[in-house]
Design a protein around this ligand. Structure first.
Ligand SMILES: [Zn+2]
Ligand SMILES: [Zn+2]
Length: 111
């Protein structure tokens, strides 16, 4: 995993301005200028991979959301099934029914 700032390729556009290479590529591809409030995301996370197929146009809001999504792997405490949840919080059960079954089994033990 990379830490800190990702490196980016830069280049000089027709207006002799230094621009991010991936934005330049996309502008060429679309045939129009990208608004400043439009973000370009590198799908594979490698900001040096400036293939058109690796670039995705997003709003800043969508972009931030994308980078904050964490898919964690958990193992269900009840049925032992491995499952994925989009959360940083710890999950014990794959489903509500597993969690209630576990709850019920605890109750029975106490009788
Ligand atoms: Zn991104
Ligand atoms: Zn389960």
């Amino acid at each position: 995993m990379h830490k800190g700032k990702f490196p980016y390729y830069e280049c000089i556009n027709e207006e002799r301005k230094i621009v991010k290479y991936h934005r330049y590529i996309l502008e060429k591809h679309l045939g129009k200028k990208l608004e400043n409030n439009i973000h370009v995301h590198h799908i594979d996370g490698n900001s040096l991979n400036n293939e058109i197929s690796n670039l995705q146009i997003l709003t800043p809001k969508e972009h931030i959301k994308l980078h904050h999504e964490v898919i964690s792997k958990f193992k269900c405490f009840w049925c032992g099934k491995e499952f994925f949840k989009n959360t940083r919080r710890k999950r014990k059960f794959c489903s509500l029914s597993c969690s209630s079954k576990y709850g019920n089994s605890l109750k029975k033990k106490h009788i």
